[in-house]
Design a protein around this ligand. Sequence first.
Ligand SMILES: [Zn+2]
Ligand SMILES: [Zn+2]
Length: 345
Amino acid sequence: MKAAIFKAKDSITVEERPKPSVKEPTDAIVRVVRACVCGSDLWYYRGITPHPEGSIGHEFIGFVEETGAGVKDIKSGDFVIAPFAYSDGTCANCQAGFQTACVHGGFFGGGNEGEGGQAEYVRVPHADGTLVKVPGSNFSDEMLASLLALTDVMGTGYHAAVSAEVTKGDTVAVVGDGAVGLCAVLSAKMLGAKRIIAMSRHEDRQALAREWGATDIVEDRGEDAVRAVMALTDNVGVDAVLECVGTAEANKTAFAIARAGAIVGRVGVPHDVQIDAMGTFYRNVGMRGGPAPVRAYMDILLPAVLEGRINPGKVFTFTTDLDHIADAYAAMDERRAIKSMLTIG
Ligand SMILES: [Zn+2]
Ligand SMILES: [Zn+2]
């Protein structure tokens, strides 16, 4: 089969690799139909976060081709969404709704053979706990894109909003205008936010943010951004902050614009971030979030997509095939695309 292989900084290729097979009785093999490049893949591509040479990609949807003898709920032929982390669905962490901390779980695309989502086939451990069956099999390209967004970015944006406890009538700020940040805007709207301040300086992203519910756009960064948000909120700050970047500056901004008692819901993987213990203490500012248990939000988000209430697939502004995987990464790296999709098979 063809699989994307991470070689080194700035180098992703496509190579022939053995098609994965069932190793454990709880495995399933999925034939990938759509996959995509994640913002976190760019950290590897840019050489900021280490990644072993090998398989890459953790966002994919497709048809189940084969299941192990211990798989009960998922059947061959099912159309499935694979959340970016696999999980057994039964341990205490899974039961509590934090499948990304499953004691038997892990993440796709970490270099192991047959476990990368940017490939024609993927071995999925704990198929019953991990995979989400989608009713039907004939989906439009638009629907496939939105289903693909449920593997990570939409669930991750939603997790930021849930972690920050966005409720009806809130004023919310979203730090970051990548695919996750835009999905966080959409999620804040779903949860009833009245005013949504999107922090973005790219026209295409601003347009999608507005379409999805942003009422205000702040183009500034750093201290200027803080001043701009404060000016919009009578110098109080916002009721909830959704931090979708992970850099030191984004976190600094996020905590500075939180009003007293607000929660910063963070889903950007922190890179060299320090949280001000004293400042957050005196302002009663909270912090929640982490790797999004997107599996936990499927009951809410999948019907919303299938019924056409949300269309998170709009984040894919560049589409190519697996042979052009290098273009898919470059388009995102150079910010020509919000997010790149791969049509496979
Ligand atoms: Zn991802
Ligand atoms: Zn578990």
